[in-house]
Design a protein around this ligand. Structure first.
Ligand code: GUN
Length: 300
């Protein structure tokens, strides 16, 4: 068997097109332009690239982008004051504070100071609790993107065995909540899980989010399973020349694709969906703030 490749790049383009369409309607019919504020503290090169891409795609969808670049030694009080100002700014519908933050800043405190209705990352404890109890919330972008791709592939996920490898607050835990919400039987596996291979072989849906390059191989995969690879790992690629690097997922693509029914590649799978879902969450937040109907197909 050779797996179908789930094209996250193309899927993300359709999500962005839906976002742009909804933004155009909000402008034309209600005179509202959704706005996303992104805060970057410090000069982490990878974070700078993410933030630049977020800003660019926000504008391409017709929304306003507000970028706040702060010095690496910004005090917690100054960062909280900026968040308070954005919380109270009616032109800002979504606020994202790029993680990781410099060590001297308390990440939990900062995240929980963002107004839950503007928390387009879905990391605020209120949104975590709302998601866990099946109430309307802001849903973390990467798991939301994974869910959209799974629903597109399978229609209903009801009754499927799902194994999520990884228990982070950003991906593993919210992913498990979303799959449970869609009536999957869900197991979260992690570094202490016994016989993780055998467990993964039970999975109709296998989500890999551990940050360990090519850890999951074809022997871990149930024939015909759908694999969602959230990992983005940069590793040496001597075959491309001395000092060259390449991106790989948490799944060993070739061996897994020989067994699976469908699989997301790295790059070009989950990655592009994350920013697309951030834009979707910003439109959703804007509609909720204005008590207007939410865009269809862009929420959990
Ligand atoms: N850093 C890496 N991924 C993310 C994300 O999804 N949101 C934020 N705020 N920071 C990140």
């Amino acid at each position: 068997m050779t797996a179908d490749i789930i094209d996250g790049k193309a899927f993300a383009a359709t999500v962005r097109a839906k976002v742009a369409e909804h933004v155009a309607r909000l402008k034309a019919e209600h005179g509202i332009t959704p706005g996303l504020a992104v805060i970057l503290v410090g000069e982490d090169p990878a974070s700078e690239v993410y933030v630049r891409n977020k800003g660019k795609q926000t504008v391409e969808c017709g929304m306003n982008s507000y970028e706040h670049k702060l010095d690496p030694d910004t005090s917690e009080a100054d960062l909280l004051a900026l968040i308070d100002q954005l919380n109270n700014d009616p032109a800002v519908h979504g606020i994202l504070c790029q993680l990781p933050l410099p060590k001297h800043l308390n990440e939990d405190l900062v995240i929980n100071s963002i107004a839950p209705a503007k928390d387009v990352d879905g990391f605020h404890i209120s949104n975590v609790g709302l998601l866990a109890t099946g109430q309307k919330s802001m849903v973390p972008c990467t798991p939301l993107g994974c869910l959209m791709m799974l629903r597109d592939k399978h229609g209903s996920l009801s009754g499927m065995n799902a194994v999520v490898v990884g228990r982070s607050n950003i991906v593993g835990k919210p992913m498990a909540q979303l799959l449970l919400q869609d009536s999957c039987t869900v197991t979260i596996a992690h570094s202490r899980t016994k016989d993780i291979e055998a467990l993964c072989r039970q999975a109709d849906i296998l989500v890999a989010a551990v940050g360990r390059p090519e850890m999951i191989t074809g022997e871990w995969v149930k024939p015909g399973a759908t694999i969602i690879d959230v990992g983005i790992n940069r590793i040496p690629a001597p075959e491309k020349g001395e000092g060259k690097m390449k991106l790989v997922g948490d799944v060993d693509f070739d061996s897994a694709a020989a067994i699976a029914g469908a699989i997301t590649p790295v790059p070009g799978g989950v990655g592009p969906m994350t920013i697309a879902c951030l834009l979707a969450n910003t439109v959703t937040a804007c509609c909720r703030a204005a008590s207007l109907p939410e865009p269809e197909g862009l929420t959990a």
